[in-house]
Design a protein around this ligand. Sequence first.
Ligand SMILES: N[C@@H](CCC(=O)N[C@@H](CS)C(=O)NCC(=O)O)C(=O)O
Length: 212
Amino acid sequence: MSPQWTLFSARGSGAVAVEAALTLAGQPYRLVDAYTWDQDHPESGDQVLGANPMRQVPALVLPGGEAITESAAILVWIAERFPDARLAPAAGEPRRAQFLRWMSFVSSAIYALYWVKDDPSRLVPDPAGHEALTERTLERIAECWKIMGEQVSPGAYILGDELSVLDLYVAVVSRFRPRRARFYAEAPNLKPVMERVDADPRLAALWEERMG
Ligand SMILES: N[C@@H](CCC(=O)N[C@@H](CS)C(=O)NCC(=O)O)C(=O)O
């Protein structure tokens, strides 16, 4: 089966959560690696511009040419598009509200901060301020993980006993700085969940190749 979807992604990026969701949904995809943050090779990141004027990955292009951007939206959409894969509580299910809450939280409170962390000069022109901005941004990210950890009551997975795209999302974004050791310190109840997601045999090769 030739892939219907084109996914702009990059090794080590948040877009790998989308790769994981498509993998669990059994959907092949054409992968275009666009290293949007590589200032030495801007042409790599420029590849995504046609699909995402924000010049960010992920961007998922559907067969008719429609592009979906924003990691949380793409992950929720995949879960809805392939309900048999059971990648999210369906609309009306009791866990749906918390699912949407934490998907939005990871996107808006945490992932969005990497636009600043990755290049502090975007907000502070003076290099003398960059170290402090980076440190404070990383502390804020850690604080957000702590808040999330305190508010959820995980079972085998974050929302209970079934894996959802939220687990994939957190498994990827929690690998970014301040990295997993700090994440585990802030949200110890999510450690066994992440270890379970990391060890999922359906995803082990993907994690190794794309996040290793
Ligand atoms: N709000 C976006 C953020 C995506 C994002 O920050 N992607 C990173 C890669 S992990 C990126 O492309 N960064 C380049 C940039 O922001 O210039 C989403 O949730 O998809």
